[in-house]
Structures are given as C-alpha cells and as structure tokens.
Ligand binder design. Structure first.
Ligand code: PLP
Length: 483
C-alpha cells in the first residue's frame, strides 16, 4: 500500500468506523453462527498474489462482521464494559503509526523514552484522580512507589503474586538456610474470596502456591474475621500465609471486600495485601465512592482497568505498588543486549512485568483524560450508576423478579422468582433472540443474571427498552411453564 493509498483507505476506514458505531443498534448483539463457520468461507491457503483493499474490506463486512459480538451495542449488557471512545481510537492509531516497542527508557537500538515518561506521568495523574495514597504514586518525591500499565488484570494479579512470593521466599531462605526451597514453597498459602476473579486461582496455579478460597458474608464480601480464622487454622497446620488478593467490585456481583477489616490483619501477620479493582477502580475518580476503598493504606499493590470503565480501548490495565523494588526484584533479568547507560536514572518497564515488548498505551490515557476532563469522566461513571439503579428499580417493581446484589456501581444481578432452570431458560431465550446480551453468575449457589450498563452513551430509553425485552421474555417463560 502506497502512502497515497493509505491516506485514502485510512479515511475510508474512519468513515466505516463512524458508520458502524452510529448504526450498531441495527445489528444483532450476538452473532447467529455455529462454531467453525468461517473455515468454510475463507480459502484454506493464503493468497500468493496481492489483493485489493476493496476486496478485503468487502469480505470483512460479508464474512467477519456476521461473527462479531457487538460489545459497543446499546443492548450489550454482559461482563463489564469494553472501554471505547474516539479519542482512545485516535491515540491507538498514532501509537500504531509510531510503531515502537518501549521496554526501556532508552537503549542503543530500540525502546522509547517518551513512552516510559508518559506512562509514569499518566500513572501519577490517574493515581491521584482515584485518590490512591501518595506512597503509590510514581512521581512522589523520594517515594518508593510506582505504577505501570499491564495488558490485563489477570497479569496484574499474577505479577503481584510473584512479587509477594519472591519476598516471602527471600525471608524464608534467610530464616531456614538449610531447608530445601521446594519444601518452603510447598508451605506457602494465599487467600482470596469465593467471588474473586478466576485469574487469582490461575495465578496461584502457575505460581505453584496453595490458595484457600474463603466464604463471604451475606453481601458477598470477604470479612476480616473470616481471614483471621483461616490464617490461624493454616498456621496451626504448619502452613505459611503470605498473600491476600481482595476485590473491590467482584466480577460476579460487584461486591466490595471490607479492606478496613482485612488490612490490619494483613499488617499484623505480615501478608502482602493486593487489591483487584479491575472494573470499579475507575469509579473512584468520583469522591463519593472512595469510602469503599477505606483500608487501601494497608495495600501493597492495587490494579484497575481503564479499558473496562474509563473509555479506553483494550488493552490498558493500570497497576501500582507501594514498593517498586519488591516488584522488580522478582522480575529482573538483565542480559547485556538490554543494558544501557541510563539504567540508574530511568525506569525500565521491562522489569515490571512478563513481556519485554510493550505498546504505547499511556497515549490512550493521555488523550482520553485530556479530551473528557475529570468532569466528563465523572459524569460518564455517575450516569452508568444512575442507569443501573433505574434498572434495579424497574425490576424491583416487577413481581416476577428479585434483585440479588447490592447495586453500588453499574451492575444489577437479578433472577426470576423460581428455580435455577427457569432462569437458565430465560437467559438462553434472551441471548438467542439476538436483541440483548447478558451473562450469568452463580451467587450463593443460585443462578443469577447479570445486567451491566456498558455503552458509553447509554440512555434512559435504552434501559427501558432492555427492561421491556427482559420482562416480556420472562412472561413467555412463565406462560410456557404452565402449558
Ligand atoms: N479481576 C476482576 C475483578 C475482573 O472483573 C476481571 C474481569 O472481568 C479480571 C480480573 C480479569 O480481567 P482481564 O480480562 O483484564 O484479565
């Protein structure tokens, strides 16, 4: 593709994007295809001769689009929002054009200083915006803290576990110099609640440490007393508690573990406290939600995904640590070809995570924060919360339904009064219609349906339409069950 062709096709593609998003509600939310549908439509071998942009785009609309789940559709209410906005798309285009791979501040051949420096400044801005204690912020004078952008919350959960594991193993090796390392490792135990994201379990599995999954209270929150008892029981068994992964805004029902109770217990027992606020962390830009973070001063690490609820396209998962050396000591490997003369004066983000190569993700944060302003972003979050409460009120006013979670952010968990099978039938029927998309969760061993406000410009009308679709389908389910 020549530069002139790129100029033309690039503009056509921007037009395509705007038209797609403007008319997205005309499409089914979820595709009506069977697994493997594409295999029969695309040639089994790659083409030898170049093809035209027009023919590729034609196939994109004809073959790919029918297999797309439209996460930006006003009737998409599954999972959590997939952040998206025009400023973020533009920043990603620029990042793609620069096309650099910024693993170090600077080095002889590669990397990119502006990328590292903007990441530092954005983690400082965003950390301040959500009210993180100054010890976490990268630019606090003489501070030990720091922030980094990872690809996903799963990765944040994993690297913090690795950091905590490294720290405890360092201490244990000193205390028990003659005990085999494998034996020490086999004694380590981490904790999370039943509602923690599955990535915590995965992190422990890969990290080869035991995980104890703890019960929650009636509001699906991990409480201090439960943790205290578990630690005591495990110590009595000769195990070594070292890591607690808490969640602010759980995936299943957006509940908030009680950090103010858990924090002091972690401090007392010298456990690494991690806080996963993948979805709800962005809401802390609104001061009224910050009491949910009380106890954050005890945390060693915190993560949230602006690519979920801050209008930033995937990927952009921000993570802060109270002591950056405790993170990097677990991850530093320094071959000669990656060393450079500025190492003692700069941050090399290659030591903060698993990949070496990194995208210019801070550019998206910079564009979005500047172009919406904190005011615009607060308005967006508050509007989603208001609309979730509207849906909650409509469902509460309908005798067919019950609400199962405490609606604090943009997520409503509900079910039809009746058994799990009835609710499974309802959800299957709704998703098969292609008119709306939601996913289930299991709460207190009951099947519940999650309704999340996701679209950037969701309106009252959207919520009313969604409620009507749900209520009518429930009516049909009831009707069919008495036949
Ligand atoms: N943690 C929580 C609390 C989540 O809700 C999710 C996903 O929804 C994750 C972790 C995993 O996020 P990611 O897809 O960024 O790995």
């Amino acid at each position: 593709m020549s530069r002139d062709e790129f100029r033309q096709y690039g503009k056509e593609t921007v037009d395509y994007i705007v038209d797609y998003l403007e008319n997205i509600q005309k499409r089914r939310v979820v595709p009506a295809i069977e697994p493997g549908y594409l295999k029969d439509l695309i040639p089994s071998e790659a083409p030898n001769a170049p093809e035209s942009f027009e023919s590729v785009m034609e196939d994109f609309e004809k073959l790919i689009m029918p297999g797309i789940t439209h996460w930006q559709h006003p009737r998409f209410h599954a999972y959590f929002p997939a952040g998206n906005s025009f400023p973020s798309i533009i920043a990603d285009m620029l990042s793609d054009a620069i096309g650099c791979v910024g693993f170090s501040w600077v080095s002889v051949k590669a990397a990119c200083p502006a990328m590292t420096e903007l990441e530092l400044i954005m983690l400082d801005w965003f950390g301040k915006m959500i009210g993180l204690p100054a010890e976490f912020l990268p630019l606090t004078e003489n501070g030990k803290g720091g922030g980094v952008i990872q690809s996903s919350a799963s990765e944040c959960n994993f690297v913090t576990l690795l950091a905590a594991r490294f720290e405890i193993m360092k201490e244990l090796r000193q205390r028990f110099p003659f005990v085999e390392e494998g034996l020490l490792l086999s004694k380590l135990i981490a904790y999370c609640s039943k509602e923690a994201h599955s990535s915590v379990e995965k992190a422990c599995m890969i990290g080869m440490v035991k995980l104890r999954i703890l019960e929650t209270d009636s509001k699906f929150r991990l409480r201090g007393e439960t943790l205290r008892n578990a630690i005591q029981e495990d110590r009595n068994l000769g195990l070594i508690p070292f890591f607690v992964s808490t969640t602010l805004g759980t995936t299943s029902c957006c509940s908030f573990d009680v950090l103010s109770e858990i924090g002091p217990i972690c401090k007392e027992n010298e456990l690494w406290l991690h806080v996963d606020a993948a979805y709800s962390g962005s809401a802390f830009i609104c001061p009224e939600f910050r009491p949910l973070m009380n106890g954050i001063e005890y945390a060693m690490s915190f993560n949230t995904n602006p690519n979920k609820w801050l209008l930033i396209n995937f990927d952009c998962s921000t993570m802060w640590v109270r002591d950056r050396f405790k993170l990097t000591q677990a991850l530093v490997v320094d071959p000669l070809y990656l060393q450079h003369s500025w190492m003692d004066k700069s941050i090399d983000y290659r030591h903060w995570g698993i990949p070496l190569s990194r995208r210019f993700r801070s550019l998206k944060l910079w564009f979005v924060i500047r172009m919406y302003g904190i005011d615009g972003l607060q308005k967006y979050i508050r509007e989603h919360v208001r609309l979730a409460k509207k849906m909650e009120a409509m469902l509460r006013g309908d005798a067919k339904f019950e609400i199962v979670n405490e609606v604090i952010m943009g997520l409503v968990c509900f079910r039809m009064k009746g058994d799990d099978e009835t609710n499974q039938t309802l959800l299957t029927r709704l998703n098969a219609s292609g008119r709306i998309h939601m996913v289930p969760a299991s709460l207190g061993d009951r099947f519940v349906i999650r309704f999340c406000v996701c679209a950037e410009n969701a309106t009252d009308k959207d919520i009313e339409v969604a409620y009507e679709i749900i209520s009518q389908a429930a009516q049909h389910v009831l009707h069919d069950s008495v036949k």
